[in-house]
Design a protein. Structure first.
Ligand SMILES: [Zn+2]
Length: 466
């Protein structure tokens, strides 16, 4: 409650940064790597083993997960003892996974800890630690209200929503932070292009909630269903975890497993859903006038993503790029080398600020949105339609109309109840965007793109076309 009507901190402590574009970009792509999820607690690849050990000791894993956690920790220990000559970064859990996959090619008899089921266990380990490590405010938390609080993903989603498709978020993370934030904000999102006009989220390495039948012989094996997510409060005040509500295959009864492809040497992108997602990523990159990268270090071990970027950006529509990789100096250098010299000097901005920070400043600036643009009141994250024709006067009239409808009070203040009702309606898929805005939009002769249903929490399905 106390959040309403609070003014933002003065921006004098922020460095000056302004977009070099004089116009709001027609299309933008934001690429998220592991560093982006770290902003809400996800471990970086190097932190998984420690977290797994901690969480096991604290007894927070479900019983069916515990054996996988123990097996993975045993494997990690065995590998450490086994490699006496060479140096492998085993604290990077993806390297442990990679080694476990080696067994597909050659037997490794000296390593009894490496069993037939090791790869599956390490995958379960990664999923379980990720889910428990990410802590987000509950759906009713005041952090979702307004622009200035809450996780940085919130401002990113609001900005991409405002730009509309073909602007999109491409993510290499398989956690469900973006989906959950969308839900809490009442913003629709979609994994499929043009499906319903929501914020497009393209998950190149799959997602924890994309479920497929584990029985390879099943007729449903190539299909992917989106599983419902569930918020579980933890003892820590207003924060909780977002967990999967998995079920079994409706056709054969086998358990469903997430479609996730960690970037190991055995990475297989042949699944039709992944191929469709990569194809769409190429398309949105080709249209992008702005590329913003958060928390992705462009590792040499991930050539596919690098080539995707090369191919996508070759259409030369790009006018500006912002890269935020925290304090990773090697990553800064790799990104600079990725662009040609003329770009490096002028159009590329590499910052060592965190996601939290850039989401309030540089990121919004390159996307053509600023905090001031959002204003100070709660209505600002509502999807007031954006189109080139919308100017201050139109916005004013929309605000006026929303005020009359009791959705908001443009001056800020006692509108909490209505705001929450509105978010609830959006979550239930009963929001009446069109009826609220459409008459005025029509009157003004503007293009109105209705919002689609919310996909996440109520368990929708999507299937690939192939
Ligand atoms: Zn099945």
């Amino acid at each position: 409650m106390a959040f309403w009507g609070i003014r933002p901190k003065q921006s004098s402590d922020q460095p000056s940064f302004s977009s070099r574009l004089s116009l709001r970009p027609k299309a933008a792509v934001v690429l998220l790597g592991a560093g982006a999820s770290a902003s809400v607690g996800a471990p970086l690849m190097r932190g998984f083993v420690d977290r797994g050990r901690d969480y096991l000791a604290r007894g927070i894993f479900a019983d069916d997960v515990k054996p996988h956690i123990s097996d993975t920790l045993d494997l990690y220990g065995a590998l450490r003892a086994h490699f006496q000559i060479t140096e492998e970064d085993l604290d990077n859990i993806e390297n442990v996974l990679s080694i476990s996959e080696l067994r597909k090619l050659v037997p490794l008899p000296n390593l009894p800890a490496l069993t037939e089921t090791s790869t599956a266990s390490v995958q379960r380990f990664i999923e379980a630690v990720l889910v428990k490590a990410i802590r987000l405010p509950g759906p009713e938390s005041g952090e979702w209200v307004g622009v200035h609080f809450g996780p940085p993903q919130k401002r990113l989603l609001a900005a991409i929503w405002r730009l509309g498709q073909p602007s999109a978020i491409i993510t290499l993370n398989y956690d469900c932070i973006l989906e959950y934030c969308s839900y809490c904000l009442g913003l629709p999102f979609t994994y499929e292009p043009n499906a319903c006009g929501g914020v497009e989220i393209l998950k190149l390495h799959g997602s924890i909630n994309w479920m497929q039948c584990s029985n390879r012989g099943c007729e449903e094996a190539d299909r992917v269903a989106v599983a419902p997510l569930e918020y579980r409060p933890t003892d820590k005040q207003d924060y909780g975890t977002v967990e999967l509500n998995a079920s079994s295959c409706k056709s054969c009864g086998a358990p469903q497993r997430p479609l996730i492809v960690p970037p190991t040497w055995a990475k297989d992108l042949q699944h039709p859903v992944l191929r469709a997602t990569w194809a769409r990523a190429l398309e949105v990159l080709a249209k992008a006038e702005v590329l913003a990268v958060v928390g992705y270090s462009l590792p040499a071990a991930d050539p596919q993503v690098r080539q995707l970027l090369h191919a996508g950006l070759s259409s030369a529509n790009l006018r500006q790029a912002l890269v935020s990789v925290g304090g990773d100096e090697l990553a800064v250098e790799r990104w600079k080398q990725f662009f040609r010299g003329s770009w490096r000097d002028y159009r590329l901005h590499v910052t060592n600020q965190t996601f939290d920070f850039v989401a309030n400043s540089e990121l919004l600036a390159v996307l053509g949105v600023s905090i001031a643009d959002f204003g100070h009141d709660q209505l600002q994250l509502l999807p007031v339609p954006q189109s080139p024709g919308i100017n201050c006067e139109v916005r004013e009239r929309l605000s006026q109309m929303m005020k009359e409808k009791g959705i908001c009070n443009a001056a800020g203040g006692e509108i909490g109840v209505n705001w929450r009702d509105e978010i609830q309606r959006r979550r239930n898929g009963t929001a009446s965007d069109s009826s609220q805005y459409a008459p005025l939009i029509r009157e003004l002769g503007l293009d109105w793109r209705p919002s689609g249903p919310l996909l996440p929490v109520h368990g929708s399905h999507f299937y690939c076309n192939e």
